[in-house]
Design a protein around this ligand. Structure first.
Ligand SMILES: O=C(O)C1=C[C@@H](OP(=O)(O)O)[C@@H](O)[C@H](O)C1
Ligand SMILES: C=C(OP(=O)(O)O)C(=O)O
Length: 447
């Protein structure tokens, strides 16, 4: 929801060893999609492990506004009575996607090829983010969009009454844009083709297949060519949402930098389009073991055992960026606690997330006594070695959950405490972060 409540300052203080079991919540990307695909299927989809973060709750409200019946049965247990592809009804109020880029962009896609009008808005962070990257390809179907200057929310989208299928090569590596085009293609006749040069998270493709759509992915010299046959009848599914590797990265990275730590993080998705952070941490010398690898809910998962480690800075391969795009803020905290410098190139997409994440991390790390270099597409962190970050600063979080969690993790290992000006956005993706981290031994205090 847009109404951003009172700011909640929070402080992290040097913590003893982190130990125990960290059960992180359900995957945010898969949770959004389970609700959306459930709403577009005919009949009842059952979901377990749904992330009950505000981003996902806002998507649940939006699906209700379009006519689906979305019910919570217990913690993480939800059902969606879908209305079928093309079966959405026109919402009678503005759709408020709160803080969620994934929510608004995917929902624009799924209504774009139905003859109806919907107006979208979000919080102060989401209203700054570019929507043209989605409305440009949607216009090829015949959809119209009227937003503020620069393609910003609030925005009214007029769905195409007679959509045509499209062939679209993604100009940016974005699973949100890919998914919006595929969702729009569902209600267009014929075949919609999306070409992605660099692979991005593939949850939409997996889920479309699971819900019974006809979809092929061809790996060619120009990248992945994804072909979707329009106007299928989607069959309702039972969806078990695996634990979120992006959320897991916070306790994992905290354990790596807080001396003496040894934690267990069960059932974390190891989807290859999401596991870049784990490859990178292992290259830096992290002591992580991936135990009991198995399939859960159609995704590869493993249990992670993580111990405090002496880490070294590395060059992160730029082509890895799409598979760890949300993890650069926490990686830069790990880098500050490693020996030597860590070079992160090809990361300009970070500038259009909930905040400009390169700027937010660079300014905050500098305030904590860490030397940082940046340009439009690059972040370089000069490591100070284990426990070497001075800290003693209050960092601005800019309505960005990942910036807030990153600096709180930094404060668990720094010499002096680190505060964040507002921890409330953490509720968008990881509502139980504070309790979970304190349960492991982290020292977090409000104020
Ligand atoms: O499709 C998704 O669920 C997401 C895609 C990524 O965004 P982009 O598509 O903008 O890279 C990621 O940053 C976001 O947290 C979730
Ligand atoms: C970028 C993120 O989410 P979204 O784009 O959905 O707001 C994120 O969760 O880090």
């Amino acid at each position: 929801m847009s109404a951003h409540g009172a700011a909640q300052m929070m402080t992290a203080t040097k913590s003893g060893p982190l130990t125990g079991r960290a059960e992180v919540p359900g995957d945010k990307s898969i949770s959004h999609r389970a609700l959306i695909f459930g709403a577009m299927a005919v009949g009842e989809t059952r979901i377990t492990g749904l992330l009950e973060g505000q981003d996902v709750l806002d998507t649940a409200s939006a699906m209700r506004a379009f006519g689906a019946v979305v019910v919570q049965h217990g913690p993480g247990a939800w059902s969606v009575h879908g209305v079928g592809v093309g079966g959405f009804r026109e919402p009678d109020a503005v759709i408020d996607c709160g803080n969620s880029g994934t929510g608004v962009r995917l929902i624009m896609g799924c209504m774009a090829t139905t003859a109806m009008t919907a107006t979208f808005t979000g919080d102060a962070s989401l209203r700054k983010r570019p929507m043209g990257r989605v409305t440009d390809p949607l216009s090829l179907f015949g959809t119209q969009a009227f937003g503020r200057k620069g393609g910003r929310l609030p925005m009214t989208v007029v769905g195409a009454a007679n959509p045509v299928p499209v062939r679209y090569a993604l100009p940016v590596a974005s699973a949100q844009v890919k998914s919006a085009v595929l969702l729009a293609g569902l209600n267009a006749p014929g075949q919609t083709v999306v070409i992605e040069r660099e692979p991005t998270r593939d949850h939409s493709e997996r889920m479309l297949l699971g819900f019974g759509a006809e979809l092929t992915v061809e790996r060619t010299a120009e990248g992945n060519v994804i072909t979707l046959t329009g106007q299928p009848e989607l069959r309702p599914q039972v969806v078990a949402v695996p634990r979120d590797p992006s959320s897991a990265a916070f306790p994992v990275c905290a354990a790596l930098i807080v001396e003496g730590s040894d934690i267990f993080v069960p059932g974390v998705s190891q989807n290859l389009t999401r596991n870049g952070i784990y490859l990178t941490l292992v290259e830096m010398g992290a002591d992580i073991t991936f135990e009991n690898p198995r399939q859960e809910g159609g995704e590869p998962v493993a249990d992670l055992r993580v111990r405090f480690s002496d880490l070294r800075g590395i060059e992160v391969p730029p082509e890895r960026a799409p598979s760890m795009i949300d993890e650069y803020p926490i990686l830069s905290v790990v880098a500050a606690n490693a020996m030597g410098k860590t070079v992160m190139r090809g990361v300009k997409e970070l500038r259009v997330k909930e905040s400009d994440r390169i700027d937010a991390m660079a300014r905050g790390l500098e305030a904590c006594g860490v030397v940082v270099e940046e340009d439009e597409d690059t972040l370089i962190v000069h490591g100070r070695g284990p426990g070497g970050v001075p800290g003693g600063a209050t960092c601005a979080t800019h309505i960005d959950h990942r910036i807030a969690m990153s600096f709180l993790v930094a404060g668990m290992a720094s010499q002096r405490p680190i505060s964040v000006d507002d921890a409330s956005p953490i509720a968008t993706s990881f509502p139980l972060f504070e309790g979970l981290m304190m349960g492991l031994g982290a020292k977090l205090t409000k104020g």
